[in-house]
Ligand binder design. Structure first.
Ligand code: FAD
Length: 477
């Protein structure tokens, strides 16, 4: 800080205007705490990012919620944000495309190589249940579970023996759908922890359409409706956009935050509401973190700093590409198909999953309805496609939709829109969670950590993001 810099005084500085930062801000406002929220981009919402496409608003980032995600559900109701049901007719089939390109249709609840897939899913769910009590203190996990931090998801073999090709393809496809990563990119223990926060891996992939699945509801007007409602409740006077934070300092008696434009905020506490990986990436070369401690706290403080640094270094995110394809009519329903599919993706068949993304049937007359499919690319396939032109991406997506639904997909296509995004949530490499996992939440000095990655329920989802913001806000009150 230069001597001439103006120092703005407040009680709490929130860094990051995603749902985590916004929910923290709302709680601080409601408790009469002075705060400012600093968002580096010129928009709020972070990974909840609604965009205008040629055929209306689409959600490039977060989109769906389910009734088991009680916190986001509660805030949607409280803030008056309307929801509508995703089209998942339970009497219609879903499709699975194997690595060989062959497409098979299943009824909801049925899987490729059903018996073995159920066995494998059951084992992941059982292990996740064992991990769940340690979600807040993974360093205390018993050794037999800690060992699962030494292998990647790809290394895992269930007790029943090696996975059959169909089960493995379906499991890896679901992983790309859930986390946008390749199976070799994250620790198996991390996956169990992530799933445990949602009640099990089966909860993450529940596509029964019963209402509790994580994709069963959408926001009218996209997730921007939720973000805007939070922002309105927080109040524009406390939110500063478009000036990234470049430095966070925690001193024994105060904390200080500096932006790229050189604006300085001094506060009692800071809430850092951004994924641990974002400290490296958000503003090149990242956010500088400086900590000074009282002599009495110095050793514990330095240890906490080192652990937090190791956690941030050990977390990265996958890559997603959401493609929205508009059709003249929902032709898949004529063939008794939901429009939902799961695919063993590769460079030649890049889609990981599809879902009916049509507009709310009750919102407009039939002739104004938008009929569309969302095709989700993730992991290696998304990286490869990102180097291609939009025209080539459209051609690749349409070719695979033809393989899934027939030539009618090309004939009925009206529009195409896509947007790359980071993966939904940060993932941890081998050996990180079991050694420094509690650094996800443990405050360091005057800095408290939010972001969906730090949530104990539905980590990585909007629900988790809101919970984490509320938790961090209660910590600083
Ligand atoms: C493609 C995709 C699909 C998803 N689908 C779903 C879904 O269907 N349902 C669901 O529940 N969740 C979904 N998610 C996950 C969900 O979006 C996130 O869990 C949630 O939005 C994260 O909120 P957050 O506030 O923790 O972090 P973020 O949304 O990442 O917010 C962090 C904020 O900090 C800001 N920031 C970063 N660096 C700085 C800096 N230096 N200075 C100031 N500000 C900074 C960022 O710009 C950002 O606005 C999806 C995510 C993606 C990417």
């Amino acid at each position: 800080m230069t001597d001439s810099a103006v120092v703005n005084e407040t009680d709490v500085v929130i860094v990051g205007g995603g749902l985590s930062g916004l929910s923290a801000a709302l709680m601080l406002k409601e408790t009469g705490t002075k705060f400012v929220l600093l968002e580096g981009k010129d928009r709020l919402g972070g990974r909840a990012h609604s965009m205008r496409s040629p055929f209306g608003i689409v959600d490039a980032g977060a989109e769906y919620i389910g009734t088991l995600q009680r916190t986001v559900w509660h805030y949607a109701q409280r803030l008056g944000v309307e929801l509508f049901r995703t089209e998942i007719p339970s009497a219609m089939g879903w499709q699975f495309q194997g690595a060989d390109g062959k497409v098979r249709t299943f009824l909801p609840g049925d899987f490729p190589d059903a018996q073995q897939t159920m066995l494998a899913l059951g084992e992941v769910d059982e292990l996740a249940l064992l991990v769940r009590p340690y979600a807040d203190r993974p360093e205390d996990l018993p050794d037999f579970l800690k060992q699962l931090d030494q292998i990647t998801i790809a290394d895992w073999t269930p007790r029943s023996g090696p996975l059959s090709a169909a089960t493995r393809d379906a499991f890896y496809a679901s992983l790309r759908a859930v986390l946008s990563i390749e199976p070799s990119e994250a620790s198996f223990l991390f996956l169990l922890h992530y799933a445990a926060t949602a009640g099990g891996y089966s909860s993450l992939i529940d596509a029964s359409g019963s209402g509790v699945g994580p994709e069963d509801y959408r926001f009218v007007g996209g997730t921007a409706s939720l973000v805007d409602a939070f922002a309105a409740a927080v109040g524009a006077e406390s939110i500063k956009l478009g000036d990234a934070v470049v430095r966070i300092e925690s001193m024994p008696t105060f904390a200080q935050v500096t932006t790229a434009a050189g604006v300085v905020y001094r506060a009692k506490k800071v809430i850092a509401a951004l994924g641990p990986w974002a400290f490296r990436e958000s503003h090149k070369p990242g956010i500088e973190l400086c900590f000074e401690f009282d002599a009495a706290d110095a050793e514990a403080g330095r240890r906490a700093c080192t652990q937090r640094q190791a956690l941030c270094d050990g977390m990265h995110h996958g890559m997603s590409l959401k493609s929205f394809v508009r059709f003249r009519r929902p032709f898949w329903r004529d063939r008794n198909l939901q429009g939902r599919s799961l695919c063993a993706s590769s460079a030649s068949q890049p889609i990981a999953w599809t879902i009916d993304n049509s507009s709310d049937p009750s919102a407009a007359p039939a002739e104004e309805q938008v009929h569309s499919l969302l095709a989700f690319m993730a992991g290696d396939a998304a990286h490869v496609l990102l180097d291609a032109s939009v025209a080539d991406r459209k051609a690749a997506v349409l070719a695979q939709l033809v393989a899934l639904f027939g030539e009618v997909a090309r004939d009925e296509c009206l529009d195409y829109f896509d947007q790359p995004m980071p993966g939904p949530a940060g993932v941890l490499a081998k050996g990180v969670l079991s050694t420094v996992g509690s650094a996800l939440r443990r405050p360091v000095g005057r800095v408290h950590w939010a972001s969906s990655e730090s949530a104990l329920d539905w980590a990585g989802y909007m629900d988790g993001a809101i919970q984490a913001g509320l938790r961090a806000a209660t910590e600083v009150l």
